[in-house]
Structure formats: C-alpha cells, structure tokens
Design a protein. Sequence first.
Length: 284
Amino acid sequence: MPSQSSTVPCQYRTGKTLGSGTYAIVKEAIHIKTGKYYACKVINKKLMEGREHMVRNEIAVLKRVSSGHKHIVTLHDYFETSHNLYLCFDLCTGGELFDSICAKGHYYEADAAALIRTIFEAVKYIHDCGIVHRDLKPENLLFRSKAPDADIMIADFGLSRVMDTNKLSLLTEICGTPGYMAPEIFKKVGHGKPVDVWAMGVITYFLLCGYTPFDRDTQQQEMEAIIAGDYAFEPAEYWANVSDTARSFVIECLTIDPTSRPTAEEALAHKWLASAEPHFVPDP
Ligand code: ADP
Ligand code: MG
C-alpha cells in the first residue's frame, strides 16, 4: 500500500514513494509541525543486517559534505525505530537525470556540457573534502524541481568513502553499478577518486547519445569491455551532431590508467567544459 500514509516517529508523516535503490525506499515526508516537505530514505534494519556500518558511513560522509555545496543533497535529520533507519533529505521533485535522458532521448551538446560542468564542480568539492562517491550515475543525480533549468543534485552517498590521504589507490572492495565502474575496480588493484571521473565519462557519453558505452549482453562481457576500454562513438547517426571537443572530453575521462586520467579539476579545465555556461538557477 505505497500511497497510504504512516506516522514516522516524532514528527513526520510519510507519503508516496519517490524511488528505491538497493537497500532503501525513499518516500516523500511532511514535517508535521512546519508543513515542510522532505525526502525520507527508509532503510530496513533486517535487510541491512551486518552492513549497518554502511549507513553510519553514509551519515558521516553526508555530515562532511552536505550543506557545503549547492549541488549536493542536504541531510536534515536522522532517526531510527526498532525496524528502520530514517534519513531525511531535501526533497528533489524533478526526478532522476536517468528519467530525463530517457524522456528526451539524449541531451543537446550545450545542455550536456552545462550539466556535466555543474556536476563536476560538485565532484571536485567532494574530492577536495577527501571523499570518493563511487556510485555516480544518472539514477543518483536528481533535479531539485520540475523547472526546465532546475539545479542538479548529487545524491546517494551510500557507497562513498573517506580517503584519508591524497594517495591514489586505497580502496579494494568491488562495488558500484557495473556499467559505470572503472577498470581498476574490476582489476582489484586499488582505487580512489579517479573512479568518479571515469563514471562522469560514462554519464557524459550517455547524455550525448542516449545509451551507455559498455552495454553488452552479459555482465562478463561488459566487464571485459570496460577493462579493455572497448567502446566507440557508434552508431554514427547518433553521434553526427556531437563535436570532436565533446568526444575528446569523453575519451579523456575514459582513460584506462587511473594515474593518467584527469582529476576533477583538470576535467573542468577541458575546453568542452571551460566554455560551457554552468547549469543553475540564479538565487532570487
Ligand atoms: P540507494 O542507496 O538504495 O540507491 P538512493 O539514495 O539512491 O538509495 O535513493 C533511491 C532513489 O530514491 C533515488 O534514485 C531517487 O529516485 C530517490 N531519491 C533519493 N533521494 C531523493 C531526494 N532527496 N528527493 C527525491 N527523490 C530522492
Ligand atoms: Mg541510489
């Protein structure tokens, strides 16, 4: 009964389901006292058994990055009952970038560049805070409102990690969403911030043509294609209106060797983004 309201401890009433992911259901929630709307991520403790540290980690990371940047969702509140954990965020009513790409077919190059520049600025901020997101994909990028030029927001820090130093390769566990995962994750040689730049390359490709670069019949083939960097700007008719500058940006983000891949700062200096207007709504 997804549309039925229920009372969340203390002060919220939950409403319709906004989305769901691996461990969580996200519901619209109204703060009864103020009448303000939020998005409430409801995490079932039973499902998370043995992985409670993931939620603690998500909260710790959010405390570090959220409210520090306009394009990162803010965590407003956190509480638990015997069954669930609740994380209350800014409500993004414009839906996922994923659905927006699917509805449009693909983005025009100038619009894609503006969006990617804005997201990359937020990624640079996250990296400067010593965090690697590790699950950047259009399902985790949300529009703040339904307006055509609404702010884009980075959400879902469930797989993110604090990198204690600036060392390049520290993390070894295999995680993420296969199509967006960098080669070094599969190779288990250790990974860090460059995995987010790779994912941004995949997202850029997806925005420009409407499909992802390493989509194959099986996950095994997909992984092999990623490790080999085997993708092309094909079929040609989908790429006819895409400039060489945009292609070179994708090629650079999809550099197999993480040590040669641009950093977020370097990607922002690429001429495809350097000339793009940022994608944002000016404050009133
Ligand atoms: P998971 O870790 O399970 O993937 P997410 O944090 O990505 O959970 O949330 C799952 C989905 O819920 C998102 O893909 C999105 O559709 C929706 N969602 C998450 N946060 C918000 C929010 N702040 N506002 C609106 N919808 C949200
Ligand atoms: Mg998610």
